[in-house]
Write a protein that binds this ligand. Structure first.
Ligand code: ADP
Ligand code: MG
Length: 247
């Protein structure tokens, strides 16, 4: 995918803590992604992966710790501005069903990037073209496959020219035959130099695309390293057990 990723930034999550009442969901998470790097986050259900992503783009404020883009803390920044810099794609695509594909993409461009209608449409069409969906611009989401809908959601996020992209189990809701196309778009984006954090159960993707694989368990990153190290030479017994269940 050719995309303007010259503005991608490094991401540092430092000692992030977060509790929901008595439930200490994040207990000191550290994660570093260099500019243009891709980190895949793996781990059991309930270990805090989604919550971690939500603290990075400030859908939730951490109780303690810091999140830095290019070495600068973003916790004091305006959350709307930050959400333009940090794009997020969810398991459920969250497209507006009553709007065309094109309008799903132009809406945020007009609201957040304050583009006029013509310019927003041009940007949206170009971005849809990059995910292979130029021909679907006038369709409603329900007329698209799940994989196509997820690619629209990715185009919508990329149209805002984010500096970091977060993916939360972006392929988990898809029929198996549709997974590959979406992972392909994500792999292209990684290769194009986007800084990414990808929560995934797709171990093949993590192995091939990640620079770093981080294993989350009970609210901490228990082990992290290059894919070969994590998959072939896992140190922690809990990681070894997890891998034996998913591989
Ligand atoms: P994962 O994505 O690894 O499956 P989550 O981050 O979704 O884990 O959840 C971690 C823990 O936080 C779970 O125990 C979950 O019930 C709890 N949790 C997540 N979101 C909320 C919330 N908004 N309010 C209360 N508890 C939450
Ligand atoms: Mg989750």
């Amino acid at each position: 995918m050719t995309t303007d990723t010259t503005t991608s930034v490094s991401l540092d999550v430092r000692d992030v803590h977060l509790a929901f009442g008595p439930n200490r969901v994040l207990r000191g998470v550290d994660l570093t992604v260099p500019r243009g790097g891709t980190a895949c986050v793996i781990g059991p259900s309930g270990s805090g992966k989604s919550t971690l992503l939500r603290t990075i783009n400030r859908l939730i404020e951490p109780d303690r710790g810091d999140v830095l883009l290019d070495g600068r803390s973003v916790l004091g920044d305006d959350p709307d501005g930050l959400r333009q810099r940090v794009g997020m794609v969810f398991q459920q695509f969250n497209l507006f069903p009553h709007m065309s594909v094109l309008r799903n993409v132009t809406l945020a461009l007009r609201r957040l990037r304050k583009l006029g209608e013509d310019e927003a449409e041009a940007v949206a069409r170009a971005q849809l073209d990059l995910v292979g969906l130029a021909a679907k611009a006038d369709a409603r989401p329900a007329q698209l496959s799940g994989g196509q809908q997820q690619r629209v959601a990715i185009a919508r996020a990329l149209a805002l020219r984010p500096e970091v992209m977060l993916f939360d189990e972006a392929t988990s809701a898809l029929d198996p035959e549709l997974v590959k196309g979406v992972l392909g778009v994500m792999a292209d984006l990684s290769a194009a130099g986007m800084t990414m954090v990808v929560v995934t159960h797709e171990m093949g993707f993590a192995r091939q695309v990640a620079d770093t694989v981080a294993f989350m368990d009970r609210g901490v990153v228990l082990e992290a390293g290059p894919p070969e190290a994590v998959f072939e030479r896992a140190e922690h017994p809990r990681l070894r057990r997890f891998l034996s269940q998913v591989l």
